[in-house]
Design a protein around this ligand. Sequence first.
Ligand code: HMG
Ligand code: MG
Length: 283
Amino acid sequence: SLPNKVTIIEVGPRDGLQNEKRNVATEHKLRYIKGLQKAGVKEMELTSFVSPKWVPQMADAADIMTSVEKIGRQFVLTPNARGMENAIAAGAEHVAVFVGVSSTFNQKNINKTTDQAVEQLAEPIQQLLSKGIFVRACISTAFYCPYEGKQAIEDVIHLCRTFVEMGVQELSVADTIGKASPLESYTLFSLLKDQFPNTLITAHFHDTEKMALANIFAAMQAGVDRFDSSAGGLGGCPFAPGATGNVATEQVVHMLHRMSIETGIDENVLQQTIKEIRPYVSM
Ligand code: HMG
Ligand code: MG
């Protein structure tokens, strides 16, 4: 059966903009975020506190954080304790950490193996949780890795379990390069819903092979009612060759509304917001 209501976690300001080659001015980013909030988005990844040498586009993370209104869950992405400290100093109350299943991917993305990445996050995550901060763990390359290919489902579950045991409130499980099929989506998300009944399970699809909407439908059949998406379909990971944009928020919302599934998002305001950012990005 399908959900009556779905939560959209808008990741355009982070996953979308991080992949833009041209620098997008902070004021345009802020207008994009404001427009998305006005459209009714209640959960969003605003920016990331990563090394500006690795991802120059996110160098204005602190400015973004201090300038936006905190409506609902406003996440910032952080790779390490340093990022978390900066995020908290800027007022973050919702933090996303990220690790891939694939060690090769992690080495390219964060210069660590999977085990090293998990190990260096364990203690800082406990500190976040003890401060009452909401922690979301983003699990990259949960289906395919651009370097290693298909990932074993046991490895995906094992990594997810590690974070669940640390006490994170949410897992956002990602098809980083948009290669999963609806059958793979259904299989993995059924297993995750079954294994982790007390953790929010979110699906994060990139749309490289145009299967993201089908994958969302399949994940809904597996019981998932939370989806990451990016307004305008912006996005991609600079360290995952072949990763194109995230599934477009406007397409997800349109499909859901056509199926009488509520999102709380106003499609007209959303379209207007996309129109306003378009001149400044490669859309
Ligand atoms: P490193 O070079 O191994 O680390 O990078 P380091 O500790 O040697 O630090 C290098 C420099 O960065 C130092 O500065 C540090 O101080 C600084 P220097 O002394 O040379 O001047 N630094 C930082 N600066 C700001 N904020 C920080 C921070 N940490 C260190 N937090 C590191 C390791 C993790 C920092 C680097 O690899 C990095 O920033 N990687 C981020 C990559 C990234 O943002 N990828 C995209 C996000 S993940 C994604 O998109 C996937 C997702 O959407 C799901 C999916 O679709 O799969 C979530
Ligand atoms: Mg992504």
